[in-house]
Design a protein around this ligand. Structure first.
Ligand code: ZN
Length: 401
């Protein structure tokens, strides 16, 4: 049955860019958008309707880069670093990512699920209806499987769409110290094929960095992904320039993420491949980085820019995507319109969901938020906090409790 939503305005993101319709009417049917346009142009009458009370409607928010499933936390390390202990010293004590790998391996699937559900609810409460979740703290078949199973279960337990990325090439597990090529072989020949076979993987990701894996090793992972018919993404150019983003573009990656040290050649390659630039201001601020991602270059070459939380226990304990909207504007100088497109339209593309999510257009899922705000820029203006809203997924209201 059709349902009419009226007495509202919409930031629709129609046509591949930020766009608005004031005094909009939206017709939904079977969980999808059947019609959207100025209310004055609506010809059908619809007995079933909802007055949204003057709200601004946006697509449901999409966080397209999170590491939401993990054991333990790193708050003690956060304190140590504030006291002047260096990252190298912390790593030498077994801290850093190694401590998260240890805690994740030790945690049961149920323990991980309980924690992850708490974090996912925090995102859902602020209007996130689609979440990407990466593996990458298990670093062996059993533990990577455990993480991805938790991600899949979240989609069963919560009114959320979840896309998984297998990030087994995130860090070198301790048992492979000094044998990174052997570990990449394990990822390509055993971990990825097994997890893909089990339908646990929507995309394949890797960490291309001196601290992570070389471009040559990443390419082996991309070739394995291609053989399995899986799209790729990449953590690239976060701390140095290895041209991982150009490599990602050569493999038609959905996205290259971080990008502080990318070059113009990288931007051109990404534009030609349609690879989305995912900007992660939470990690930038937490690490007190000073090298900004080259926003002007990305604009110049029309590379689509997404914004995400990079939620993880070490470098971006960012339990809020709306706070990232603010940081994308204040730290990276995005406009509020660019930031909003970055957590809707372009975030959907970074997940390969551009046909069904990310904008208010006919045929797409009726995932939307009705915000009690006066202008869309408010979404980026407030430094976090809870804004009054109603959240709808597949045209059904979600009660956040
Ligand atoms: Zn990440």
């Amino acid at each position: 049955m059709k349902h009419l939503w009226y007495n509202c305005h919409a930031a629709t993101l129609q046509g591949g860019h930020y766009s608005i319709i004031e005094d909009v009417a939206i017709l939904t049917e079977a969980g999808k958008i059947a019609w959207i346009g100025p209310r004055a142009e609506l010809e059908e009458s619809c007995p079933s309707s909802t007055d949204l009370g003057g709200a601004w409607v946006t697509p449901g928010l999409i966080d397209c880069h999170t590491h939401l499933v993990f054991g333990g936390d790193r708050s003690a390390e956060f304190e140590q670093r504030l006291q002047g202990v260096s990252y190298a010293e912390i790593a030498a004590q077994g801290g850093g990512i190694a401590s998260t790998v240890r805690a994740t391996r030790e945690a049961s699937e149920t323990e991980l699920l309980t924690k992850a559900e708490r974090y996912a609810r925090a995102f859902l409460r602020e209007g996130v209806t689609t979440l990407e979740i990466k593996s990458g703290y298990g670093l062996d078949l059993a533990n990577e499987r455990k993480m991805l199973r938790v991600a899949r279960q979240l989609a069963q337990r919560l009114p959320l769409s979840v896309r998984t990325s297998c990030l087994s090439a995130h860090a070198l597990p301790p048992e492979y110290a000094g044998r990174s090529d052997d570990y990449i072989a394990l990822v390509c020949e055993q971990i990825l094929p097994a997890l893909a076979q089990e339908q646990l993987v929507d995309a394949v990701d890797a960490f291309c960095e001196h601290l992570g894996f070389s471009p040559e090793q990443v390419e082996r992972v991309f070739i394995a992904a291609r053989q399995l018919g899986l799209p790729v993404k990449l953590h690239a150019e976060q701390l140095s320039s290895l041209h991982g983003s150009s490599l990602a573009a050569r493999y038609q990656a959905l996205s290259a993420d971080h990008l502080e040290y990318m070059t113009e050649e990288d931007a051109i390659a990404m534009a030609e491949a349609g690879t989305v630039a995912v900007l992660l201001p939470g990690a930038f601020v937490t690490l007190r980085e000073t090298q900004l991602p080259p926003i002007e270059l990305l604009r110049k070459h029309s590379v689509a820019m997404a914004v995400a939380s990079d939620f993880n226990p070490g470098t971006s304990p960012a339990l809020s995507l709306r706070l990232m909207l603010n940081l994308a504007c204040t730290a990276f100088r995005l406009t509020p319109e660019e930031a909003l497109a970055g957590v809707t339209l372009h975030a959907a593309r970074a997940l390969g969901l551009e046909q069904s999510h990310g904008s208010l257009e006919v045929g797409k899922q009726a995932d939307f938020i009705a915000w009690d705000i006066t202008r869309p820029a408010e979404l980026a203006y407030w430094l976090g906090g809870d804004l009054p809203k109603r959240v709808f997924r597949n045209a059904e209201e979600i009660f956040l409790g």
